[in-house]
Design a protein around this ligand. Structure first.
Ligand code: SF4
Length: 548
């Protein structure tokens, strides 16, 4: 394996890689703005310039220092190179670049959303000059909305062109351009166009300063208060890796988490902005019996006890039941609900809930696929239910079975969709004659007519496992506590089973459930599940909001 030395550290590398990529792989910091592993190399910001010495084959391989500083993002690493980014010459360059970038910058950090995660701030501290020599008037640039999700603050732009390259190389939509030249050049959308593509929010992640700003996150929280929890796309079948960023039990934004095999560095706007249903005013928050809240407003346990007893009594009395497990639920939810169903009725009819689709899969220029299947775990739910030894129906066949089989006297239905999912046809097939327990998150046609409503938890409020469109099983963690009295479907399944068997209920744990599934024959749940890496482990903020 070839080796080079970067800032006194010996680094091994294979194949053709830039010096900057080798440094990144070895955790050595070289400052840069314009480079990004997912984009082409422009070497335009000049921040990563280094002093490089290399063996000269025409001088017996003697180490010779190249007179000019070279961009490490564009210079291939080679055997025997000695690279320094903190020599006097390299430092002088970093100082000059920082001074140039800050000449016209408004330095409005106190009101900038990027403050706290801004490379300009960080590098000004580590690589900048303390003094200011520029006394002329600063050039001011425009601020404007350039698309449904993104605001452009041109004053703050350092012309790294990452955003422009993203729309030309990744999405292929090319909405962004460089307008003008020299000191007054700026980023803009082409006339008459908006930055409106399925991945448009990614330019906010790419922008190393606070120039591309997310309208949805604007002024909503200082980033140093946010905690990050690794999670998985809970809205579509992509399995995209994400970070749920939250504070004080409230989600504030979703950011992509790098996974080279699945989503690389990108996520769709649909996922990035699709989490707000967690706070929808139609959220089911309390158990109800026959549309009446089980009121003891002071005590969730008493309310849940009454609702669970009513649910179990009704289902037990029904005898033959059918269970619809939503593809929005995790494998663990499906396991506990399936186990409960079989304990009530060994001949239970099991089905996977309706899988929403929107058009066709859309493949972007770089190969990123926007999935048309708008459910995260249809395959996982089917896999788990089949492992219980039952035939598993699809949603249409389930409706038909309900219409034609009067012996089914009890139902457990689950939803957890981010929008209305009950069609008039499905509501008619369910009818009013059967004892129906609905576990759902948002109010719909059935929440008023079911016998018992149990409020479920969204994927952000629980831990579990999803299987994506390509069959990849990935676990996700709980970011925030369930709203008010909501519970995960897995916990509800465990609680109802405990009531049925007259035993005390346990507390749901995703890892324990996966172990139980593996012991019962679903070996993939122990061997094939990919977990967030140590680096992605839940990050606690070191700052806490003090409420005055
Ligand atoms: S807007 Fe941001 S990403 Fe785009 S060129 Fe300016 S600094 Fe770079």
């Amino acid at each position: 394996m070839a080796t080079c030395t970067i800032n006194n550290a010996v680094c091994e590398f294979e194949g053709e890689q830039s010096i900057l990529a080798v440094a990144e792989a070895h955790g050595i910091e070289i400052p840069y703005y314009c480079w990004h592993p997912g984009l082409s190399v422009t070497a335009s910001c000049r921040m990563c310039l280094a002093e490089i010495a290399a063996p000269n084959p025409r001088n017996d391989g003697k180490l010779e220092t190249i007179p000019k500083l070279l961009p490490t993002c564009q210079t291939p690493a080679a055997e025997g190179q000695v690279i320094t980014t903190h020599s006097a010459k390299a430092r002088a360059n970093q100082n000059s670049v920082m001074e140039m970038l800050l000449l016209n910058h408004p330095i409005d950090c106190p009101v900038c959303d990027q403050a706290g995660e801004c490379r300009l701030q960080d590098y000004a501290y580590h690589y900048g000059r303390t003094g200011k020599r520029f006394e002329e008037e600063k050039i001011t640039q425009h601020k404007k909305g350039i698309g449904p999700h993104v605001l452009l603050y041109s004053d703050r732009c350092i012309m790294c062109t990452r955003c422009v390259r993203f729309t030309s190389e990744i999405t292929g939509t090319g909405e962004l351009m460089i307008d003008g030249r020299g000191a007054t050049e700026s980023i803009d959308v082409f006339p008459g166009q908006a930055l409106d593509n399925p991945l448009s929010g990614c330019v906010v992640d790419l922008c190393p300063v606070g120039s591309m700003i997310d309208k949805d996150f604007l002024f909503s929280q200082r980033v140093w208060f946010l905690k990050s929890t690794p999670s998985i796309d809970g809205l579509t079948s992509s399995g995209d890796n994400i970070l749920l960023e939250h504070n004080d039990g409230e989600i504030y934004r979703i950011k992509p988490r790098e996974n080279a095999a699945i989503n690389r560095w990108w996520i769709t706007d649909e996922l990035r902005y699709g989490w707000h249903f967690i706070n929808d005013e139609s959220r089911c928050l309390m158990p109800t019996i026959r549309n009446t809240p089980v009121f003891d407003d002071r005590d969730a346990d008493i309310a849940w006890e009454a609702a669970e007893a009513a649910a179990v009594d009704g289902l037990r009395e029904a005898g033959h039941i059918a269970v619809l497990v939503s593809p929005m639920l995790s494998c663990e939810d499906a396991w506990h609900l399936g186990t409960l169903a079989q304990a009530i009725d060994p001949n239970v009819v099991l089905a996977v809930g309706p899988i929403p689709y929107d058009g066709q899969d859309l493949t972007m220029k770089d190969g990123f696929v926007v999935r048309s299947e708008k459910a995260p775990n249809a395959r996982g739910v089917r896999r788990v239910l089949e492992s219980l030894g039952c035939d598993v129906l699809e949603a249409d066949a389930f409706s038909q079975t309900l219409g034609g089989d009067a012996s089914i006297r009890g139902l457990i239905l689950t939803g957890n969709y981010p929008s209305e999912w009950v069609t008039p046809e499905f509501a008619a097939a369910v009818g009013n004659e059967r004892f129906t327990v609905l576990i759902d998150t948002l109010c719909n046609t059935l929440t008023g007519s079911c016998n018992v409503l149990l409020p479920g938890a969204t994927w952000m409020e629980k831990a579990g496992t999803f299987e994506n469109a390509t069959g990849c099983l990935q676990s996700f963690k709980q970011a925030v506590r369930p709203k008010r009295w909501c519970k995960s479907e897995a916990q509800i399944g465990m609680d109802l089973l405990a009531v049925l068997q007259g035993e005390p209920a346990g507390t749901y744990c995703d890892a324990t459930t996966r172990r139980s599934m593996a012991e019962a024959g679903l070996s993939a749940m122990s061997s094939d599940v990919q977990h967030p890496s140590e680096d992605d482990a839940q990050a606690e903020s070191d700052m806490h909001l003090i409420v005055l």
